[in-house]
Write a protein that binds this ligand. Structure first.
Ligand SMILES: [Zn+2]
Length: 374
């Protein structure tokens, strides 16, 4: 036994990497038998036992009990409540047997070269290519295409048959799509079917009667996720965007399209991802007032507050906003966000003209501006 117990963050991170790795193997159909569990996961469980013993807590006695622990928010682990909470760890690592958004976040922080980042890299390549070649329109179109097509029923035909795409962009777009895994296909009475997530449009994966999306966030926000209404027949040529692009591009930005359409209904002129992604949305109200908006969707309020940076000055704006989805405003999310942000603004005065608000707040403010009441 080591002289010092492991730090709670180390334990949580190792367990998170373990469950995320296991999940990848399960989806790919290459998971090992339970008798030889994935090494990070096993190491995580061993460290958890050491941590428990250091605090005179009985560690999980068998696999089933360990799985129960992983479904329990860490700040509620019996006997370790304050240890985990003091280390800033709150939330469960598993939800209905699949890794939570929080587990992915923890794993992502250590796995610099994880699959997620590699998935996301293809999209970053599109951004770089468009910046270098000043292909502003192609960039906006490519990004919007992905947000509107998280699943393509006829393979990448829709991309290849559109001759307006610059060739390297078409190739990168095609590479972002992957085949539908077995876990997402359900055999109906006659044909195989695929269900789409009511929130983000990705193909749901099935674990018994439980549906799981790219993140447990969908399961938490959509009550009927295990009984989805949108089923489509499966075809072997069908593809979906990879998980990384679904997580970082498609799912959060569906909200952006909703926001854009609401602002347009108020009479504003909007442009998405202007000047090859200076920021998400440029808005001009009939009065001439211009806004710059960037939508940010992070599960951790402290990571979010650290991610804010000054807005680019072009295209010009009068006010700039970071906008956060309303579903994030639960528990002490907002308090933590405001406290971290306030501390940053004191250190970095150039950030002070940035406004931070939630979607509903922003729309209310927009209504006042559009109605000429500000
Ligand atoms: Zn979803």
């Amino acid at each position: 036994m080591p002289t010092f117990p492991p730090h709670p963050t180390q334990v949580a991170t190792r367990l998170a990497v373990g469950v995320v790795e296991l999940q990848k193997q399960i989806v790919a159909g290459t998971s090992l038998p339970v008798t030889s569990p994935q090494s990070q996961f096993r190491a995580g469980l061993e460290q958890l036992s050491v941590l428990c013993l250091a605090h005179s807590v009985r560690p999980p006695a068998h696999h089933q009990e360990a799985v129960q622990w992983l479904h329990t928010p860490m700040e509620q682990w019996l006997g370790l409540e304050s240890t985990m909470a003091t280390a800033g760890l709150s939330g469960a690592l598993l939800f209905h047997g699949v890794p939570t958004e929080y587990a992915y976040d923890l794993a992502f922080r250590v796995e610099g070269d994880s699959n997620l980042e590699i998935d996301d890299l293809l999209f970053k390549d599109i951004l770089e290519y468009c910046q270098q070649n000043r292909l502003e329109g192609q960039y906006t179109n490519a990004r919007q295409f992905l947000v509107e097509h998280s699943c393509l029923q006829q393979g990448t035909h829709l991309i290849n048959s559109n001759l307006d795409w610059d060739k390297p962009i078409a190739e990168l777009l095609c590479a972002i799509y992957e085949r539908i895994p077995l876990k997402a296909r359900v055999t109906g009475s006659e044909t195989e079917m695929v269900a789409l997530c009511p929130r983000c449009g990705w193909t749901l994966e099935w674990y018994g009667d439980y549906a799981s999306c790219y993140s447990d966030l969908c399961g938490r926000l959509v009550e009927r996720i295990h009984h989805p209404d949108r089923w489509i027949p499966y075809h072997p040529e069908m593809v979906r965007v990879n998980r990384g692009v679904q997580q970082y591009v498609v799912a959060p930005e569906r909200m952006l399209l909703v926001l854009k359409s609401a602002l347009e209904q108020m009479g504003a002129t909007c442009e998405l991802w202007v000047a090859v992604d200076s920021y998400d949305l440029w808005v001009q109200f009939p009065s001439g007032v211009r806004w710059a908006i960037d939508l940010k969707d992070y599960s951790s309020p402290t990571r979010l507050a650290s991610a804010f940076k000054p807005f680019k000055r072009y295209p010009e704006w009068d006010e700039c906003f970071y906008v956060i989805p309303d579903y994030r405003k639960v528990g002490n999310y907002n308090e933590q966000l405001q406290a971290t942000w306030k501390a940053r603004c004191q250190r970095e005065p150039e950030l002070q003209d940035i406004k931070i608000c939630y979607v509903k707040q922003m729309l209310k403010k927009a209504e006042r501006v559009a109605g000429g009441r500000v």
